[in-house]
Design a protein around this ligand. Structure first.
Ligand SMILES: Cc1ncc(COP(=O)(O)O)c(C=O)c1O
Ligand SMILES: Nc1c(O)cccc1C(=O)C[C@H](N)C(=O)O
Length: 411
């Protein structure tokens, strides 16, 4: 087989997703490699923001709950997200944050396994996932505990005293991706309920919640779903659990009949029970519009382009000599999500120097330069330029300049 090397232009010319970048409002002279932390602004979201503020809230006032169907927005947006994560209708609702949704689901899942007292997770999980377990355990007393398992070979560490296995599918630092299907199947042979955090999965590649028989999932919408800063999260409860599912944050929007205003709580036997207080209509409307960028695009095509972009980065990086300066700490391309982690003791300053050159990535303590590949708007020419700039920075040690060493609040 001839291993032909294609130029960035050739790859862009035959990229089936190249027209999708037009759906985003991206600043000029910027290569954005941080869509895995905060997705950029879709043009449809920009238009909807004005519409919902000026015409809906500004003109139709409280009537908008009915005439613009605000009241059903969490379910409508939930189903749209569901279509991107392999969930049939009526199993996903949009609300709150991942942290809050974890609390609800973990509490409900523990009740469904009353004889078991252990929540299993990985020590390198995103900290809020672990913190939420710690907070919940502080309410439950000493008989309950958290058990840390190694992220490699999760299946071999499962035991039948575990009530819930809470995993983030893609490790936020390294990009390591769990095999959702195999892990869920093994957990079920032991009666363990599975809870997947899809923060770095939703909108990045094919996820098949129903097909994998997942029990519960949560995820955010401000990364690959481009919903904007602080856009509301989502929660998935498999249909088969909805009758039994009882979460303790029993706010009025999860009541069977919120506008009956009765004094006693009666839970909806559906995923809607996760609605707690009034939905964040402004940000949810913006998210609803943002999801239109996925129209006529398949997750398979996104995944394929992501792998090509990552392979191109690696090939260009090798050609530019990046391996002499930095180490790749992500697993092989088939075992990781849509991101790449490079390590260097000065990763923070390198990231700042790269940003000063118009290439936005991020730093994760203690020494990771994290690069996100969001195929909807990233081109091969972008990747080529990013590598060129990084190689220059490394060769000239630009990052040693003290302006790049100054720490910011948010990295
Ligand atoms: C895996 C993972 N879980 C949870 C969060 C945080 O979720 P939230 O801020 O919506 O609670 C993040 C990032 O912010 C994350 O990467
Ligand atoms: N949610 C964030 C925020 O409000 C500010 C800065 C970053 C974030 C993030 O999403 C961090 C992200 N979960 C990560 O993987 O590091």
């Amino acid at each position: 087989m001839i291993n032909k090397v294609f130029s960035a232009k050739q790859l862009d010319d035959k990229d089936p997703l190249r027209h999708v970048a037009e759906r985003f409002s991206l600043p000029p002279n910027t290569v954005y490699l941080d869509g895995n932390s905060l997705g950029p602004l879709p043009k449809a979201a920009q238009t909807r923001a004005q519409e919902v503020v000026n015409n809906q809230w500004g003109t139709d006032l409280i009537k908008s709950w009915n005439c613009h169907d605000w009241i059903n927005l969490p379910q409508k947006v939930g189903d749209k997200i569901g279509a991107l994560i392999g969930a049939g209708k009526g199993q996903v609702v949009c609300c709150d944050s991942i942290s809050i949704n974890l609390f609800k689901v973990l509490s409900a899942a523990l009740k469904m396994r009353p004889e078991r007292k252990v929540i299993a997770t990985t020590r390198d999980n995103f900290p809020t996932d672990i913190y939420m377990v710690q907070g919940l355990l502080s309410l439950l007393g000493d008989e309950y505990s958290i058990r840390y398992i190694d992220e490699a070979d999760v299946e071999s560490q499962l035991t039948d005293d575990i009530a819930v296995l809470m995993l983030t599918q893609v490790n936020f630092r390294s990009g390591f991706k769990q095999n959702m299907e195999a892990v869920t199947r093994q957990a079920h042979t032991m009666g363990i309920l599975t809870l997947w955090d899809l923060a770095h999965s939703a909108g990045a590649f094919v996820v098949e919640l129903d097909e994998c028989q997942v029990d519960f999932a949560v995820g955010c919408t401000y990364k690959y779903l481009n919903g904007g800063p602080g856009s509301p999260a989502f929660v998935y409860v498999a249909k088969r659990h909805q009758e039994e599912y009882r979460q303790p944050l029993s706010g009025w929007m999860g009541h069977k009949s919120p506008f009956a205003f009765t004094p006693d709580y009666e839970a909806q036997n559906s995923v809607n029970q996760n609605l707690c207080g009034t939905p964040a209509i402004l940000s949810m409307s913006v998210l609803d519009a943002a999801l239109s960028v996925f129209e006529s695009v398949t997750l398979k095509a996104i995944d394929e382009k992501s792998k090509k972009l990552q392979a191109f980065f690696a090939a260009e990086g090798k050609r530019a000599g990046l391996c002499d300066y930095m180490e790749i700490v992500s697993p092989a391309i088939e075992n990781r999500g849509s991101q790449l982690a490079l390590s260097h003791p000065d990763a923070y300053a390198i990231c700042q120097a790269w940003i000063a050159e118009g290439v936005i990535a991020d730093f994760r303590a203690p020494n990771i330069l994290r690069i996100g590949f969001a195929p909807l708007y990233l081109s091969f020419a972008d990747v080529e330029l990013a590598v060129l700039k990084l190689a220059e920075i490394m060769r000239n040690k630009t990052y040693e300049n003290e302006v790049f060493q100054r720490k910011q609040h948010v990295t």
